[in-house]
Design a protein around this ligand. Structure first.
Ligand code: C2O
Ligand code: CU
Ligand code: CU
Length: 472
C-alpha cells in the first residue's frame, strides 16, 4: 500500500488535546461550506492531499489488534478540524490486511457514548464473529473476535452494525477497508505498493462549524458534498504508470456513476468478492452502497502536468483530481485471464425475498430475536430479490459470497462487472434479481450460524429492512 509521503502530499492530523486548538476553530474558520460547489467541474477547486489510511498487516501486527471506536477531531482537508467518530483515531479506519488461510484476532473497544458492534462486511466468518446487532456492546464494553480468513483475495470492509444506529455511526466516520491477499493475485503482476490505493467514496453533510452531521430522511441519506478516504476535494499526485484503485462506495444511499474526466476507458478487474475471470474495459460504471470495484487506470504516456478527474456523472462531482507529476513507471500489467470462477450449479431449492416499502422484507420488519428462515450448509440455493417500490435497494447477504445469475425488468441484464463473487447487488425498481448462494461449513464452526440479509441503504436497514436467518 502507499503512504502519504509517496504521493507528494502530506496530511496533518489533529487530535483533541487542547481547548485552545478547538477554540481556534470558530464557525468563521470554516469558510468552505460550499464544498459541493467546489467539487463541481470547471471550478478552481483547491485540492487537499488524498488521505491514505495506514495499513495494519496481520502478518506482522501483534494480535489481538485493538480497534477502538471513539469520537475524535480530524482535519478533513484545509487544516480545519471536524468532529467525527473514528476507529483508532483514523477516518477511514486503518486498512486491515490479511492473507487467505491465516487467522486474525481483534479486540473491539467501545469508547462511544452508545452501543456498537463491528461487522466485517464480505468476510466469511462464523456467526459469533460476524458482528450482528445482537452482539452489540455498550459504552466502555469490548468484544473479542478471532477468526480464520478463508476468503480469496478481495477488498472487504468493516463498519458498525448496531440495531437502528448503523447509519449514524457509519456516517459519522466509522468504516475502513479490509484487504485479503492470496497467491493467485500475487502472481498476476498487477500494480502494487504505491500504485495500489484504496478509495472509500461517500457523501457527507456538515454543520456550520464543519463537523460531520447525520441528518437522514427515510428515503435515504444523501449528502450535499463528498469525501474520498475522509478527504474533502482530494487530489493525488500520480506518475505515468498503471494504478490499481480499490474502490468502496461507503455511502448510506447514494449510487455513483464513475468515469474519468478525459473519457478514457479504465479496466475493471474485480468486485466485492475478488478478481473477475477476465478484465472488462468500461468508460463508466455504476457503484451502489457497500459494493466494491477493483479498477486499473492507466496514466502511461500522459504528459507531466496533465490533470484527470475521477468523476461522478450522476452529480457532476469531481471526486478526485489526479495530477501527473512524475515519470516513474514500474512494470505491471493486467493479464487477459485473471482467475477461474467455478459456477455454482443447479440449485436444490429456491427462496423469494420481497423488499417492501422502506422497512420490510417479505412483509416483516426486523426483530432482533426472530429467525426468519433456515438454510442448510452445503446446498446451492437460488434466491430471488423483488421489490415493490422505494428502490434502490442494495441487497447484502452475510456469511457467504454469491453469484448473480439473472436480472429481469428494469436494467434487464447482469452486467459484466457483476460476474464472479458478490456480496451486495443493486436492486432497482421494477427489477427482479436471481442469485445463487451456498454456505460452506468451515471446520471451526460450532453449531448453527446466525447471519443477516438486508438492504444496505443504511436508513432502510435501520428502519428494519433486515432479516435474521440461521445456517445449519
Ligand atoms: Cu455492510 Cu450487514 O453489512
Ligand atoms: Cu456484511
Ligand atoms: Cu432499501
Amino acid at each position: 500500500m502507499t503512504s502519504d509521503a509517496s504521493s507528494g502530499y502530506s496530511r496533518r492530523r489533529f487530535l483533541t488535546t487542547s481547548i485552545a486548538a478547538a477554540g481556534a476553530l470558530s464557525a468563521s474558520a470554516w469558510p468552505a461550506l460550499g464544498a459541493m460547489q467546489r467539487g463541481k467541474p470547471g471550478g478552481n477547486t483547491t485540492r487537499y492531499p488524498l488521505h491514505i489510511p495506514s495499513v495494519v498487516d496481520f502478518a506482522t501486527e501483534p494480535q489481538p489488534l485493538t480497534l477502538t471506536c471513539a469520537p475524535t477531531r480530524l482535519d478533513l482537508g484545509g487544516n480545519r478540524l471536524s468532529d467525527v467518530w473514528a476507529y483508532n483515531g483514523s477516518f477511514p479506519g486503518p486498512t486491515l490486511s490479511a492473507r487467505q488461510g491465516t487467522s486474525v484476532s481483534i479486540d473491539l473497544v467501545n469508547s462511544l457514548p452508545e452501543e456498537t458492534i463491528t461487522h466485517w462486511h464480505g468476510m466469511i466468518v462464523d456467526g459469533a464473529n460476524d458482528g450482528g446487532p445482537h452482539l452489540a456492546v455498550g459504552p466502555g464494553g469490548q468484544y473479542s473476535y478471532a477468526f480464520p480468513v478463508p476468503n480469496r483475495a478481495c477488498m472487504n470492509w468493516y463498519h458498525p452494525h448496531p440495531h437502528m444506529m448503523t447509519g449514524m455511526q457509519v456516517n459519522l466516520g466509522l468504516a475502513g477497508a479490509f484487504i485479503i491477499r492470496d497467491d493467485e493475485e500475487d502472481a498476476l503482476g498487477l500494480p502494487w505498493g504505491n500504485y495500489e490505493i484504496p478509495l472509500i467514496i461517500r457523501d457527507v453533510n456538515y454543520d456550520k462549524s464543519g463537523n460531520i452531521i447525520y441528518n437522514p430522511r427515510t428515503s435515504g441519506f444523501e449528502g450535499k458534498s463528498f469525501l474520498v478516504n475522509g478527504t474533502r476535494d482530494p487530489g493525488l499526485d500520480v506518475t505515468t504508470a498503471l494504478y490499481r484503485f480499490r474502490v468502496l462506495n461507503g455511502s448510506s444511499a447514494r449510487i455513483y456513476l464513475l468515469a474519468l474526466s478525459n473519457g478514457a476507458q479504465f479496466t475493471v478487474i474485480g468486485n466485492d468478492g475478488g478478481l473477475l475471470a477476465a478484465p472488462v474495459n468500461v468508460n463508466r460504471i455504476e457503484l451502489a452502497p457497500a459494493e466494491r470495484l477493483d479498477l486499473v487506470v492507466s496514466f502511461r504516456g500522459m504528459s507531466l502536468g496533465t490533470k484527470v478527474n475521477l468523476v461522478d456523472v450522476n452529480t457532476g462531482w469531481n471526486l478526485l483530481e489526479f495530477n501527473v507529476t512524475g515519470t516513474n513507471n514500474p512494470p505491471s500489467q493486467v493479464p487477459s485471464a485473471l482467475s477461474t470462477i467455478a459456477l455454482l450449479g443447479t440449485p436444490v431449492s429456491t427462496r423469494t425475498f420481497s423488499f417492501d416499502g422502506m422497512s420490510r422484507i417479505n412483509g416483516l420488519e426486523f426483530e432482533m430475536d426472530r429467525i426468519d428462515f433456515r438454510v442448510p450448509f452445503g446446498d446451492v440455493e437460488q434466491w430471488t430479490f423483488n421489490t415493490a417500490g422505494n428502490a434502490p435497494h442494495p441487497v447484502h447477504v452475510h456469511g457467504a459470497s454469491f453469484q448473480i445469475v439473472a436480472r429481469r425488468g428494469g436494467r434487464g441484464q447482469v452486467f459484466p462487472w457483476e460476474s464472479g463473487w458478490k456480496d451486495t447487488v443493486l436492486l432497482q425498481d421494477q427489477e427482479s434479481v436471481d442469485i445463487r448462494i451456498r454456505f460452506d461449513r468451515l471446520p471451526h464452526y460450532v453449531g448453527d450460524q446466525r447471519y443477516l440479509i438486508h438492504c444496505h441503504k443504511l436508513e432502510h436497514e435501520d428502519m428494519g429492512m433486515m432479516s435474521n436467518f440461521e445456517v445449519y
